[in-house]
Design a protein around this ligand. Structure first.
Ligand SMILES: [Mn+2]
Length: 450
């Protein structure tokens, strides 16, 4: 394998873009209002071991600040500045164990905040900032601990005889509408996430052989993601050999891959908090059987038909409809369904074999934010949106109504698709999905390893 150049330069969202996002949110908020956005906290795995810290996506979107125990406050039109950050104070002893802490003073310069205070002072300072505002924007119901803190601050204002906000508004609606549309800078990071992810999937296609453990495939993926700058996976990888592919959220990844089975790999890297979500299904021994080829071809046709429907003006359900039509036609051709395709579509006869929606928004979260319907109608595609397209067919071992040869086969093919002005761009085209191209890549991998 050729030596890979090490990546020293890491792309990231510019300070100007973070400021622009705060400005855009300010413009959507009412006059005389305040928004409170808590950041993520450290979580324990067991005893004194912690999970790695991953910042809350809403908080990061507005601040770019990547430390735990911070709260962002936005007050449009505030005389002493609109953007306020509460964060941990610098502490030599804590830093000795856990690394550098930015601290309020430096946060102002580095993250473009107008004001910054120690998080330990929040109970004293924040009620005074809330006081007198008529509207409070906050995402109630996501974190019960923080919810009760917000209620406590409001109660404190009341107790002191001052006027608390009369209206509590869910912040997500405004913020998630902004997050749904990806800027050029965001698309660039998503491209880098996709690039690293595609390299990972190509790597394993060239390496998988019968007997390899599912978690070994996962390890190879994670290696390549990190080497491409996507240091962490965007979600736990699904590596399912044989009928494990039919378990939609299979995470055990602890069985050996069998000669003659397919393996379904759903894995993506995260680059600077932007996700890639990619699935390929391929034969463990490098060659599709006739039965596997028949099922795979149906799913691929459905996926290509769905991707074709991703363009401005079409709505979010159009790709799903196109995919379901192809899958239904395919199920008839396999003899699993019988009857008129339109009738079968109306009855949703495909549902036992294809239990997922065809896609979801993608961005800082794998299942990203943004409404799928507006006023009861499917959302219309607009440039800057990114959706996955991931139809599949799954025949579990116990489906006695389907021919024995189809049972225990699960196939999903997933790509990430950006809506452009003129149509779409597949961000994850760097890994093969045609049968011929997959077999060629697998064969060359085997030849190279002797
Ligand atoms: Mn997905």
């Amino acid at each position: 394998m050729p030596k890979k150049k090490h990546q020293h330069e890491r792309k990231q969202i510019s300070a100007a873009e973070f400021a622009r996002r705060r400005h855009e949110l300010t413009a959507l908020m009412d006059e005389n209002s305040i928004a409170i956005v808590p950041g993520g906290t450290l979580r324990h795995m067991n005893w004194d071991k912690r999970y790695r810290f991953r910042q809350d996506s809403d908080f990061f979107y507005l601040t770019g600040f990547d430390e735990p125990d911070a709260v962002f406050v936005l007050i449009p039109g505030r005389e002493y500045g609109e953007s306020i950050l509460f964060c941990r104070e610098r502490d030599a002893e804590v830093s000795r164990w856990h690394g550098d802490i930015t601290g309020p003073e430096r946060a102002m310069q580095l993250f473009g905040m107008d004001d910054a205070f120690p998080i330990s002072d929040i109970n004293d300072i924040l009620p005074g900032l809330i006081e007198g505002r008529t509207k409070l924007y906050y995402a109630m119901g996501l974190d019960s601990e923080f919810d009760s803190q917000v209620i406590e601050w409001v109660r404190k204002i009341n107790q002191q005889g001052h006027l608390p906000p009369g209206e509590l508004v869910q912040l997500e609606h405004l913020l998630h509408e902004l997050r749904l549309f990806k800027s050029a800078g965001e698309v660039e990071l998503m491209r880098l996430a996709a690039e690293a992810t595609c390299r990972g999937h190509c790597r394993i296609m060239a390496q998988v052989v019968p007997g390899m453990m599912e978690y070994e495939v996962e390890a190879e993926l994670n290696h390549e993601f990190a080497m491409g700058g996507a240091r962490w996976p965007a979600y736990p990888a699904i590596v399912g050999g044989g009928s494990n592919a039919c378990v939609l959220h299979y995470l055990d990844n602890n069985e050996p891959l069998q000669d003659g089975d397919l393996v379904l790999v759903d894995a993506g890297g995260e680059y600077q908090n932007y996700a890639c979500d990619l699935t390929r299904t391929f034969p463990v021994n490098g060659k599709f059987s006739e039965t596997q080829e028949a099922i795979y071809s149906i799913v691929l046709e459905a996926q290509l038909a769905a991707i074709d429907e991703v363009k401005p003006g079409n709505n979010w359900n159009d790709p799903h409809d196109a995919a379901m039509r192809k899958l239904t036609e395919g199920l008839v051709s396999l003899g699993i369904l019988a009857g008129d395709v339109d009738m079968l579509m109306a009855e949703e006869a495909h549902l036992p074999y294809c239990t997922k929606r065809t896609g979801h928004w993608l961005g800082m979260d794998v299942h990203d934010v943004g409404d799928y319907q507006v006023n009861g109608e499917w959302r219309v595609f607009e440039p800057g949106m990114v959706t996955t397209i991931e139809p599949g067919l799954y025949f579990t071992d116990d489906m006695v109504e389907v021919a024995t040869r189809y049972r225990g086969i699960g196939v999903r093919i997933e790509d990430d698709v950006l809506v452009t002005k003129t149509g779409h761009e597949v961000l994850t085209s760097g890994v093969p999905k045609d049968i011929q191209a997959i077999e060629t890549m697998m064969e060359s991998g085997r030849a190279a390893s002797g």
